[in-house]
Write a protein of this length. Structure first.
Length: 164
């Protein structure tokens, strides 16, 4: 040790280094929000994408696919269509269910029905109940009409199954 450095100098230097280490030590990391954490994990995702991730929102769909109930196609199923329930189902007009959901039906019929009007459907099965619906749209086909209908109330599952 050089003669001009005393143990007091060494103690002072050690205390200064310790003080400097304490002062320069990084402080607690600032709290990050869940949005910041997810955004960092997703590689800088946009705010609306982060909102979807956090809120479990489905991806935006085309306007035509924004349905509350999933629809499904299947074999065309014959039904009876009438403006009001009738005692003899054979007196009602013939229709074919082309697709169905828990919210409504798409039915092919012989004549147009007014949008916003009430209509009732009955499956061809014996003892099937009449189910009420509102016509939401009516489009023309080749020589038939397609009506999109929304049920007044969701029918029981056993009745829904009768529509195919």
């Amino acid at each position: 040790m050089p003669p001009d450095i005393t143990p007091l100098h060494l103690a002072g230097a050690a205390a200064g280094a310790a003080l400097l280490a304490v002062l320069l030590r990084p402080g607690p990391r600032p709290a990050r929000t869940l949005r910041e954490k997810v955004g960092a994990h997703a590689g800088g995702a946009l705010d609306e994408e982060i909102d979807r991730m956090l809120n479990w929102l489905p991806r935006d769909a085309a306007w035509s696919d924004r349905r509350r109930a999933v629809r499904r196609a299947g074999r065309p199923t014959p039904v009876r269509v009438a403006p009001a329930p009738v005692a003899d189902a054979r007196a009602a007009e013939e229709g074919l269910v082309l697709d169905r959901s828990t919210a409504g039906l798409c039915v092919a019929v012989h004549r147009p029905l007014a949008e916003g009007g009430r209509v009732f459907f009955r499956a061809e099965a014996d003892g099937a109940p009449w189910v009420g619906a509102t016509v939401r749209q009516c489009r023309t086909g080749d020589d038939f009409y397609l009506i999109g209908c929304q049920f007044h109330e969701t029918p029981p599952w056993a009745v829904l199954l009768l529509f195919g």
